[in-house]
Design a protein around this ligand. Structure first.
Ligand code: NAX
Length: 327
């Protein structure tokens, strides 16, 4: 029996992340090889001609699972009946633009997209925000989508987790697949907290395998916090293929049950969180999934003084972003 088509909205369709992401969605990497998909691709009006080129390439991929492609610039039309919305498109920071201006400019995009999701999508629709500042953009979309459960909203911090795992594996000369339980706390920004204290390599604590605490607290944390800027400096463009890969990882982690004694990072609504952090934020937590997007925040992890202080800083930054965006 053929399954009903899963409909996936992607915004920023002519951009660099989408140029990798759309093809991976079309090939069935998220929902599997039995699941037909449709892509609803949103762009600003001026970029629609360029998006048509991407659509031509999607056609040329002859993906057996890709049943339909819709394009347009109106989220109220395109978001109707989607199962999943991946919000990648955002306004980049221009020369001389203050952070608060960037937040306000993006707020207008995510107010509209939140309203469009609320008006046209169903209560099972899942939303993953990638466009920066992704935590606060996600908060804005969620706040304007009262018809969708708050738990359906995620902002992406998985790229940060993947970066942290790779650097830990490199330092310990161990395969990256052995690094687990490495959560990112807080904001997807230079205040994010890669939690090496609760992380393991195989069955050993990272802090036991890598005894150089100075490296962990100093070079490692900064390397992860500033990795995005380092990629821009080297490539002249921001991370794209690795970001698309992290989108796939985030969605797979939510769709499949999480392995025993492991977790993954996603920035989710902090309402009722088990760590007493400020509510009404989109805050990155360690999460576990039972499958089919049924996740919960991992409880009872302990923080040492170093991690606790860093979490306080990232929490404060998110409170300030919220204030600026809603001002
Ligand atoms: P690009 O500038 O290549 O593409 C963005 C596209 O979005 C453009 O084509 C633009 O026309 C479109 N767009 C702008 N406003 C739109 C709207 N209202 N509706 C639909 N489309 C709209 O950026 P790209 O490299 O693809 O990055 C996209 C976003 O991801 C940026 O905000 C970037 O900062 C963010 N990132 C987030 C990451 C994360 O881990 N959360 C990592 C990668 C990346 O930095």
């Amino acid at each position: 029996m053929t399954r009903p088509i899963k409909r996936i909205a992607v915004t920023g369709g002519a951009g660099q992340i989408a140029y990798s992401l759309l093809f991976r969605l079309a090939s069935g990497e998220v929902f599997g090889q039995e699941q037909p998909v449709a892509l609803h691709i949103l762009e600003v009006e001026a970029m629609i001609p360029s998006l048509q080129g991407v659509v031509m390439e999607l056609e040329d991929g002859a993906f057996p699972l890709l049943k339909e492609i819709k394009t347009g610039h109106d989220p109220f039309t395109l978001f109707g009946d989607v199962d999943l919305a991946i919000l990648v498109g955002a306004t980049p920071r221009g020369p001389g633009m203050e952070r608060s201006d960037l937040l306000k400019k993006n707020a207008t995009i995510f107010v509209e997209q939140g309203r469009a999701l609320s008006a046209s999508a169903s209560t099972h629709t899942q939303v993953l925000v990638v466009g920066n500042p992704c935590n606060t953009n996600c908060l804005i979309a969620m706040s304007h989508a009262p018809n969708l459960p708050r738990k359906n909203f995620h902002a992406m911090t998985r790229l940060d987790e993947n970066r942290a795992k790779a650097q830990i594996a490199k330092k310990a000369s161990q395969p990256v697949a052995l690094v687990r339980r490495l959560a990112i706390w807080g904001n997807h920004s230079s205040t994010q907290v890669p939690d090496f204290v609760n992380a393991r390599i195989g069955y050993r604590d990272v802090v036991e395998v890598i005894s150089d605490r100075h490296w962990l607290e100093g070079e490692f944390v900064q390397l992860i916090q500033k990795r995005g800027a380092a990629i821009i400096a080297a490539r002249g463009k921001s991370s794209a293929a690795s970001a698309a890969s992290a989108v796939i990882d985030t969605l797979r982690s939510l769709i499949l049950p999480t392995a025993k004694d492991d977790w993954f990072s996603s920035a989710v609504c902090s309402d009722g969180n088990p760590y007493g952090l400020t509510e009404e934020l989109i805050f990155s937590f360690p999460c576990r999934s039972k499958g089919n997007f049924e996740y919960e925040i991992v409880k009872n992890l302990s923080w040492d003084e170093f991690i606790k202080e860093k979490i306080r800083v990232t929490e404060q930054e998110l409170i300030e972003e919220r204030r600026d965006a809603f001002a």
